[in-house]
Ligand binder design. Structure first.
Ligand code: SF4
Ligand code: SF4
Length: 179
């Protein structure tokens, strides 16, 4: 199989530096507003703060893949004696919780690394984190070239499975009317 170069983008999270200010949520939701920067609502952010100041718990979590079914069990982490919430580090848009779902439509949200045209040098949450809790890195890796179904097709199929064709079509119609 032919090899291609793939750019891998990573955001490292330093929990010790995060103070739960939520600037990352604000800028992410503003960047993804329609029109861009017209509003901000952390509930629409692709990064969410799990915060519990009384226990000094601050965990920025990035929205990852949509999943149609919740896990059969729960995980819980204890790090340096500090106990984190169940599923606290999980990135999935999952039926067991409200995180990473568009509040009006219920459609799943996913971090797109602030895709823009022209491309941005750094994601906005990284730029806006004044505590340097979010660190952006890029590297190139050689990977097998795959013939794969378009990402958009996979996303649409999972949304139709979850919400039904009519709800997805209604949402697309409503969003396109805003443009
Ligand atoms: S990288 Fe961009 S899209 Fe992803 S959480 Fe940060 S601001 Fe949001
Ligand atoms: S902007 Fe930085 S310090 Fe503030 S909540 Fe987000 S990750 Fe934490």
């Amino acid at each position: 199989m032919a090899k291609i170069k793939k750019k891998i983008k990573t955001i490292k999270v330093d929990l010790d530096k995060c103070n739960g200010c939520r600037a990352c949520e604000v800028i992410c939701s503003a960047f993804h507003a329609n029109p861009k920067y017209s509003s901000n609502n952390p509930a629409r952010s692709r990064i969410r703060m799990i915060r519990d100041p009384m226990r000094d718990v601050y965990v920025p979590v990035y929205a990852g893949e949509y999943t149609a079914a919740e896990c059969m069990g729960r995980d819980k982490y204890i790090i340096d004696g500090k106990e984190y919430d169940e599923c606290g580090f999980c990135r999935a848009a999952c039926p067991s919780r409200d995180a990473f779902k568009e509040p009006d439509s219920g459609l799943p949200l996913k971090c797109d690394m602030c895709e823009d045209d022209p491309p941005r040098e750094k994601p906005l949450c990284v730029e806006w984190c004044l505590n340097d809790a979010l660190i952006y890195e890029e590297r190139e890796e050689e990977v097998d070239e795959e013939v794969k179904v378009e990402d958009v097709e996979i996303g649409l199929e999972s949304m139709i499975n979850k919400y039904g064709l009519q709800k997805v079509m209604d949402t697309v119609a409503r969003i396109s009317q805003k443009d």
